[in-house]
Design a protein around this ligand. Structure first.
Ligand SMILES: NC(=O)c1ccc[n+]([C@@H]2O[C@H](COP(=O)([O-])OP(=O)(O)OC[C@H]3O[C@@H](n4cnc5c(N)ncnc54)[C@H](O)[C@@H]3O)[C@@H](O)[C@H]2O)c1
Length: 269
């Protein structure tokens, strides 16, 4: 018995880092998982890891969450392959860090498109398969077959504010507004919508930044971040995946519109 037996989940950005850990955790707990990413190679690597846990439990769907046609296709593929859609994890994210006075339109637009519009695109693309199905179940039987789940991502950096991340922090806090609003719109359909804020978690977004690279964090800033964490260690993708599992599972069926920080106790001023 797993916590997600017979549940079908879409995990965006599941080719690397936290998304990959979520996909593997979900498969281990009995779910059928659609692995989305823009990059095919890491997505296939995640699928191979899931396959090693349970044969046939996952498929890959390549596409950008920033493109509405891709997100429509993503949700449709989940239903075509596995027959239903119960869980959406809006994990895909990207950074383009630069101080505001140097930020380009491209830096701003890309980060908003992936981190914020991407979340909304995915939520809207689930409507026929989650909201409308739940509505029908309520009309026919007075109850839903299962409580469906949306888990969005924001960030402790966004709550605190973070120099060099005007685009990213604005997008991530936008996801808090989205979470609270969709939770109210969809509460009557018994769809839980919650958000997770990872603290500083070891992935390619936070790896030591080499000169000339677009992703990563300069080592002095990494060390400063570590000093602010009471646990004195960075988070692991599995630390985050375990809380996402809670929010995707029946253990949280009466929790909606909430935000959880997973940060080793990072103090937010
Ligand atoms: N790592 C941290 O410390 C940290 C902290 C706070 C929040 N987060 C958030 O956690 C989530 C996961 O980040 P991560 O640290 O695992 O990063 P990561 O870079 O390791 O993984 C993100 C994945 O998203 C994919 N992706 C990027 N753009 C996409 C798009 N348009 N459509 C589909 N997939 C796309 C990437 O290819 C990558 O595989 C993100 O939303 C990120 O903002 C991370």
């Amino acid at each position: 018995m797993g916590l997600l037996d017979d549940r079908v989940a879409v995990v965006t950005g599941a080719g690397r880092g936290i998304g990959r850990a979520i996909a593997e955790t979900f498969v281990r707990e009995g779910a059928w998982v659609v692995i989305n990413d823009v990059d095919a190679e890491p997505a296939e690597a995640t699928r191979a890891a899931c396959e090693a846990i349970r044969v046939g439990a996952s498929i890959v769907c390549i596409g950008s969450v920033a493109d509405r046609r891709d997100t429509d296709r993503l949700m449709q593929q989940a239903v075509d392959r596995f027959g239903q859609l119960d869980i959406l994890v809006n994990n895909a994210g990207i950074t383009r860090d630069r101080m505001s006075h140097k930020m380009t339109d491209e830096d701003w637009d890309l980060v908003l498109a992936v981190n914020l519009t991407g979340t909304f695109n995915c939520i809207r693309s689930t409507v026929p398969f989650m909201r409308d199905v739940a509505k029908r179940e309520l009309a026919e039987r007075g109850e839903v077959d299962r409580v469906r789940k949306v888990v969005n991502f924001f960030s402790t950096a966004a709550i605190r504010g973070n120099p060099g991340q005007a685009n990213y922090t604005a997008a991530k806090m936008g996801n808090v507004g989205l979470t609270r609003t969709i939770a109210q719109e969809w509460g009557r359909f018994r769809i839980c919508v919650n958000a997770v804020a990872p603290g500083f978690t070891e992935t390619r977004l936070t790896a030591p930044k080499a000169p000339g690279e677009v992703l990563g964090v300069p080592e002095p800033l990494r060390q400063a971040a570590l000093q602010r964490i009471p646990f004195r260690r960075f988070g692991t993708p599995e630390d985050i995946a375990n809380v996402v599992l809670f929010l995707a599972s029946p253990l949280s069926d009466y929790v909606t519109g909430q935000e959880i920080n997973v940060s080793g106790g990072l103090q937010i001023p």
